[in-house]
Design a protein around this ligand. Structure first.
Ligand code: NAD
Length: 328
């Protein structure tokens, strides 16, 4: 059983502690949160020790791996400390809040040579596996991609509605779909042009983000796409639609987790049965137990490219111009 430490014991830290237990491969044994009562509550539930300071936790505990589940702005401190202790780590998405922070983390990871995994759980979904299999060998450059994610996010209390804290609809949530598109198509987004609106939820001091963002995407292969993300729809729409000369594949997570469409005239219909949050934790623990970094589907450096894309989309909303996405 791998001994796991968790830094940041809020919503996702609490969930990951349980996922670790669910895999049967690890045990959460130490918890650190600046709001120490949260760490104490988790320590009481799972057993183990609570800390108000992650540096103290890393000094005192014998850990096999660490989960970083702090807000995106709190990455450099924990990751540099984890790297000093040469420990493998899993970190929730997005990898960081800024490219400067992302680069500082990449330096620390490369110097320490440690296993690292970012929580882009859709990469671990059975649908993603099937989609990559079906797209393999096809001319992605002649593909069109359409993404939509719309939900009534405004009803959930939290930090989401302050741009600097969440990165808005694209930085906080759309980052998942942008990352899934990169991974499925095995392609890079090289340019974006985005527009934002607040037609339904006006901006106030408590809501400083756009409620809806639409962006055009240019891929390295020549493929092009559009992506619409909204926090102002009372429902749940989640789709990635890949259309090529002889195929159409729709990943539809709106009600169930399924893939449908046609390839060379043959019907495709597939429904996933897994929980990709648990699959990603399972995969990380397998990597730590001996499988190594090659088992990881989203390294920090790769996730930083997704981050670079979402930051450019937000910048494009502000400046109104198409922008190129540079490598981290
Ligand atoms: N993959 C997903 O589906 C998903 C869903 C929600 C959130 N997230 C991501 O997970 C991360 C955490 O989000 P959340 O919703 O759990 O937030 P949260 O606010 O519920 O939890 C964050 C915790 O980190 C603690 N913290 C802050 N600074 C700290 C520090 N220096 N040391 C130790 N603890 C510190 C806070 O006190 C808080 O308890 C974010 O990056 C978010 O984007 C991912």
């Amino acid at each position: 059983m791998l001994r796991i430490g968790i830094i940041g014991v809020g919503g996702l830290g609490t969930r990951h502690a349980q996922y670790v237990v669910d895999t049967g491969k690890g045990r959460p044994v130490a918890f650190a949160d600046t709001e120490v009562a949260k760490a104490e509550a988790a320590a009481e539930e799972h057993g183990g020790n609570a800390y108000g300071d992650f540096a103290q936790m890393l000094e005192r505990e014998q850990l096999d791996a660490v989960f970083v589940c702090t807000p995106a702005q709190v990455r450099v401190g924990p990751i540099q400390a984890i790297a000093e202790h040469k420990l493998p780590f899993f970190c929730e998405k997005p990898p960081a809040a800024t490219m400067a922070d992302a680069r500082a983390c990449i330096d620390a990871i490369e110097q320490a040579g440690i296993i690292n995994s970012i929580g882009f759980m859709y990469r671990w979904s059975q649908v993603t596996d099937r989609m990559r299999e079906l797209l393999d060998g096809r001319s992605i450059g002649s593909c069109m991609i359409r993404g939509v994610w719309a939900c009534a996010f405004w009803e959930i209390p939290g930090y989401y509605f302050i741009q600097e804290k969440s990165g808005g609809p694209i930085g906080d949530q759309g980052v998942h779909l942008i990352d899934a598109a990169r991974y499925m198509m095995q392609d890079e987004i090289t340019a974006v042009h985005a527009f934002g609106s607040n037609t339904i939820i006006p901006k106030t001091d408590a809501f400083t983000v756009e409620d809806t963002i639409s962006t055009n995407l240019q891929f390295r292969s020549g493929a092009i796409g559009t992506y619409l993300h909204s926090w102002s729809h009372r429902g749940w729409v989640w789709e990635i639609d890949c259309i090529g000369e002889d195929f159409r594949l729709v990943w539809d997570l709106s009600e169930r987790n399924r893939l449908w469409g046609t390839v060379d005239g043959e019907e495709v219909s597939f429904e996933a049965t897994d929980d990709c949050y648990i699959t990603e934790v399972n995969g990380f623990l397998d990597a730590v137990a001996g499988g190594g970094q090659s088992m990881i589907r989203s390294s920090f450096a790769d996730a930083a490219r997704t981050l670079a894309t979402t930051l450019k989309i937000n910048e494009s909303v502000t400046c109104g111009k198409p922008l190129e996405v540079e490598a981290p």
